[in-house]
Design a protein around this ligand. Sequence first.
Ligand SMILES: Nc1ncnc2c1ncn2[C@@H]1O[C@H](COP(=O)(O)OP(=O)(O)O)[C@@H](O)[C@H]1O
Ligand SMILES: CC(=O)OP(=O)(O)O
Ligand SMILES: [Mg+2]
Length: 401
Amino acid sequence: MTASRVLVLNSGSSSVKYQLLDMADRSRLAVGLVERIGEETSRLAHEPLATGGGKREQLGPIADHEAALKAVAAELAADGLGLDSPELAAVGHRVVHGGTRFTAPTVIDDEVLAEIRSLVPLAPLHNPANVTGIEVARALRPDVPQVAVFDTAFHATMPDHVAQYAIDAEVAERWSVRRYGFHGTSHAYVSRATARLLGKEPQEVNVIVLHLGNGASASAVRGGVCVETSMGLTPLEGLVMGTRSGDLDPAVIFHLARVGGMSVDEIDSLLNKKSGLLGMCGDNDMREVLRRAGEGDEAARRAFATYVHRLKKYIGAYTAVLGRVDAVVFTAGVGENAAPVREAAVAGLEGLGLALDPRANAERSGEPRLISPAGARVAVAVVPTDEELEIAAQTYELVTG
Ligand SMILES: Nc1ncnc2c1ncn2[C@@H]1O[C@H](COP(=O)(O)OP(=O)(O)O)[C@@H](O)[C@H]1O
Ligand SMILES: CC(=O)OP(=O)(O)O
Ligand SMILES: [Mg+2]
C-alpha cells in the first residue's frame, strides 16, 4: 500500500484551516478550522468525514498557532487519522509570500524554511503563521515531506512592466519592491474551473477572477496565464477588504505620520487591521454589513458602496488589460455567497457586455454555475474556490511525480 494521504494546513493571521485528503480518490477524510487564535473565545471545529463521526467543537482560549496546531493534531489522532499514520504521504502548507525565489511548490528543508522566514517583513500577517505550521508539522513527522505551496506563485507570470512600481529602479531592486500578488492558488484553481464550466480549455479563455474573502483580490488570466492582479508587494493593495484598505494615495501615510503624529507601526496596523469594511462601518463581516445596510444604516450602506465601486473599477481595468473577456467569476466567502455584492458589482456594466440573470444570481448552490443570461457576450459565473484541494494536489504531485 502506498501512502496517499495529504494533510493541508492553511494558516492565516488568526486562524488555521486544515483538511486531510486521500489523494488516491481526492476524498476528504477530515476538515476543520481553528479561529480567533489568541483570543479568549477561540473555537476549534473538527469534522472527521471518514468516520462519519459528526462535527465536534471546542471552545475556549487557544493562545497561539503552535497550540492551535497541536490541538488539531490531537483531534485527528482521536479519530485514528493522526499524523503518526503510515498512510500520510506529505503535509502541504499554504505559504503566502514566496518572494521572487519560489514560483512552484517546493519541498521544505532548513534552507527553504529560512528563506520563508526571511520573507516575513513582506507578509507580516501571514508568513509567521505559515512558519509555525511548518515547524509544528515537521516536529511531529520529521520523516514525511513538508511542501510549501505559495500564494505568489501563480502571479510570477505577470510581465515585468506590470509587476514594476513606477519608482526609482535601484531602490526597487535593492529592497525587492515590486508587485507579487497573492491568493494565487485560488486564482489558478478558479480560472481553470471556469474554463471547464464554459466547456473550454484554460488556454482558450480570458477570465477576470474576483476572490472576495476576508482578504480580497482580482486577477486577469489570459489563456490560463496570470497577466495582472490587484495585490502588490504585500496583500494590502487593491480591493477593499474586511479589515484592509486596499488602494490609497501613499501620501495618506506621510500625512498621518507628519500631521497625525502616528508611528509607522500604528499606520501599518490601521491600514491592515482597522480599515476596509471594519474601518468604514465597524463590521468586517459582509453578512453584517448587508444586514445593517438593509435596515438603512448609513455607514454600512456607504461601506458597501465603496466596496462595490472598487470592484467595478477593477472589472473595467482588467477588461482593458485583457482586451477580450470570456468570463467574470466570483469566488471565496463573499463572492460565493453575497448575491447583492455580485448584483451591484455588475450593475451598469452592460457596455462591457456584462449582465446578470437575477434568478440565477439569487440561487444558492455549492456548484460552479453561470449567473449571466443565456447568450450574454461575457459570462458571469460563481465558482467555489478550493485552495486546500489545490494545495493537496500540487503537494501530492511533487512528492509522487
Ligand atoms: N452568506 C454570506 N453573505 C455575505 N458574506 C458572506 C457570507 N458567508 C460568508 N461571507 C463572507 O465571507 C468572508 C470570509 O470569506 P473566506 O473566503 O472564508 O475568507 P478567508 O479565507 O480569507 O478567511 C466573511 O468575512 C464573510 O463576510
Ligand atoms: C493573502 C491574503 O490576503 O490571504 P487571506 O485572504 O487568507 O487573508
Ligand atoms: Mg481565504
